[in-house]
Design a protein around this ligand. Structure first.
Ligand code: URA
Length: 240
């Protein structure tokens, strides 16, 4: 199937010998089931992960898969890399097939990374309109002061992109440690924001995306599948 969605009559005619104009008749006989339920309209939309069967013949049964990983340092957030290990290399061969990354982390950043084979889900997470909050714990080279809080909240002008960053929340945890929550993901954004204070980021660890918090039982490099509830509720916002 070229497009991610097809009308039921088109889908059936592409996958079987049944002509498009005959699908309505087969439908009336109650022989077509979508996700286990007899279909009743030729206009029904069939998605990439819809389970479609006609009589006992399964025409499509692809499962959507969602993983969280605790990304270690010195691993690339990419599916292929000539020089370095990638996050996909950390998954078993059976798990990694068809997965892509939903929201990268830098080479030396650690923490919550999402992987999926569901392009629609990852696009919904990364679209700027979704305003999904990502939270990081940051360790710095020099002490942090209250001035940072205002500067992050006001946003910073990035001349290269010609944009001002959206308001970000910075909480001071200790002299050298802060927690930062952002709703966007510009290139090296957190490092560049602390760079305005000439303060180098030593460690950057993402611990939450939307309502999803990194599972503390996952050691660096480990991953697990998201539960159905986690995958569908990730867009819930964490309260600022
Ligand atoms: N900001 C950064 O600078 N690096 C990351 O990996 C994530 C956010």
């Amino acid at each position: 199937m070229e497009s991610k969605y097809a009308r039921l009559d088109r889908f059936i005619s592409m996958r079987t010998d049944i002509k498009r104009r005959d699908v309505r008749r087969v439908l009336a006989q109650g022989r077509i089931r979508v996700d286990g339920i007899p279909a009743c309209s030729i206009n029904q939309r069939i998605g990439e992960f819809s389970h479609v069967a006609i009589d006992e013949q399964v025409l499509q049964a692809k499962l959507a898969r969602y993983f969280m990983m605790n990304k270690p340092c010195c691993v690339v957030s990419a599916t292929k890399d000539e020089r370095h290990k990638t996050v996909l290399d950390l998954l078993g061969a059976a798990d990694r097939a068809g997965l892509h990354i939903a929201g990268r982390l830098d080479f030396n950043s650690t923490g919550l990374l999402l992987l999926t084979n569901d392009g629609r889900w990852s696009r919904q997470l990364s679209t700027p309109e979704a305003n999904i909050c990502k939270s990081y714990r940051v360790t710095l080279e020099k002490p942090i002061c209250e001035d940072y809080v205002d500067a992050f909240a006001q946003g910073m002008f990035f001349p290269f992109e010609g944009i001002t960053t959206k308001p970000a929340k910075l909480s001071i945890i200790s002299d050298y440690v802060a927690e930062v929550s952002l709703v966007e993901g510009r290139y090296h954004q957190i490092k560049r924001m602390f760079g305005r204070f000439r303060n180098r980021v030593l460690e950057l660890h993402r611990f939450a995306i939307g309502g999803l918090v990194l599972d503390p039982s996952l050691a660096l490099g480990q991953s697990r599948e998201l539960t159905e509830w986690e995958a569908s509720n990730i867009r819930e916002k964490i309260q600022w």
